[in-house]
Ligand binder design. Structure first.
Ligand SMILES: *Cc1c(COP(=O)(O)O)cnc(C)c1O
Length: 344
């Protein structure tokens, strides 16, 4: 492999600021799951703190604990993967707030918690991806209120996750969410924060913002596949590989399918070269074949995806070329590809 993922932390900070400005007065919860969408967790969290991010969303507990190790008391960290007692204990010891989408999990947390555990109760508003079903919700919030009164948990939030595939479906989800919040209040709960939306609905639809919006993709400059460019947002990472061999009409570059470049991209996109855009002809296991240019030399840099300045596309352009989401090319990248940071 002869490649690196170059992360421009100044660009990342500018994206985060644009998202914060857009969401205000709602707060940003920056989502850092999957090693901060492939960008590398610690430098990303550090940069986000520098521009005042006060909430991080981590998905799994190990990522949350690593995040909290960087934030200290400067931010709140939320994890929503349902886990066993050992991981619950580790999360609570690190001050992590837990997303709870089923009744058994709430009991497990209450059992393990040495002091009231901060939990965010999740209503299933239609995605069926974890979350308490509406018919089970009234009993669930009653039980949560009893556990809160007993000092086992503290219900800090109520939340859900929506598809963001169509406005109409999202509207149905939002109505279910509002009903669930009202039921929680009736049960005697007083959650500080409500959160429903991610990047797309949070950006486009103010009524979806509530107190906090969980944003991943847009912070990294990844627009939605099929979605518009966004004011103040641009890709923060570029995947760059070096030329390793120059042939008659093509060059070979040191990155391939085993490094996470989707092999289906062959013949479907242009990449950035010192001479501008050139066709990516094929993706092999350890190298890619790119149409040559005059004067091509071993060591020249080729950008597979990046900010879009040198003839290359963004990660989302690549995702669109193979009918997947914009963050997919980043999430598939091998952790073995070195991450290099600019503008710390
Ligand atoms: C990944 C994720 C997000 C962030 O989604 P983006 O579209 O990347 O902003 C928000 N909430 C949950 C529950 C997620 O899993």
């Amino acid at each position: 492999m002869n490649a690196e993922l170059r992360v421009d932390l100044a660009r990342l900070r500018a994206n985060i600021t644009a998202v914060q400005d857009r969401l205000r007065p709602a707060e940003l919860m920056m989502v850092v799951k999957d090693d901060a969408y492939g960008h590398g967790l610690e430098p990303v969290v550090d940069s986000a703190l520098a521009v005042g991010v006060t909430w991080f969303g981590a998905f799994d507990v190990p990522t949350a604990v690593r995040t909290a190790a960087v934030t200290g008391s400067r931010a709140r960290v939320f994890a929503w993967l349902t886990v066993g007692e050992d991981e619950i204990a580790a999360a609570l010891a690190a001050g992590i707030e837990l997303g709870v989408g089923d009744a058994d999990y709430l009991e497990r947390i209450a059992r393990v918690a040495p002091a009231p555990a901060a939990v965010h109760l999740k209503i299933d508003t239609g995605l069926h991806r974890n979350g308490v079903r509406p018919e089970a919700w009234p009993a669930f919030v009653q039980r949560a209120a009893a556990l809160e009164a007993a000092g086992r948990v503290r219900v800090a939030g109520i939340w859900s996750h929506i598809a963001e595939a169509s406005d109409a479906e999202d509207d149905v989800s939002r109505a279910l969410f509002d009903t669930a919040v009202a039921a929680a209040h009736s049960a005697g709960l007083a959650p500080e924060v409500l959160h429903l939306a991610a990047s797309a609905a949070g950006w486009a639809r103010p009524e979806f913002r509530y107190d906090v919006v969980r944003v991943g993709a847009f912070c990294y400059g990844v627009r939605s596949a099929g979605g518009p460019d966004l004011d103040g947002i641009a890709p923060a990472a570029a995947l760059v590989a070096r030329v390793e061999a120059v042939g008659a009409d093509s060059v070979r570059i040191g990155v391939g399918a085993l490094d996470g470049v989707p092999s289906t991209l062959g013949g479907r996109i242009d990449v950035g070269t010192p001479a501008g855009a050139r066709e990516l002809r094929a993706v092999g296991p350890v190298e890619c074949v790119v149409a040559s240019w005059p004067g091509a030399a071993v060591g020249d840099e080729v950008t597979i995806f990046g900010p879009g300045t040198a003839g290359e596309g963004s990660a989302t352009d690549l995702g669109e070329a193979i009918d997947t989401v914009g963050e997919e090319p980043l999430l598939r990248l091998s952790p073995l590809i070195p991450r290099a940071y600019e503008n710390r």
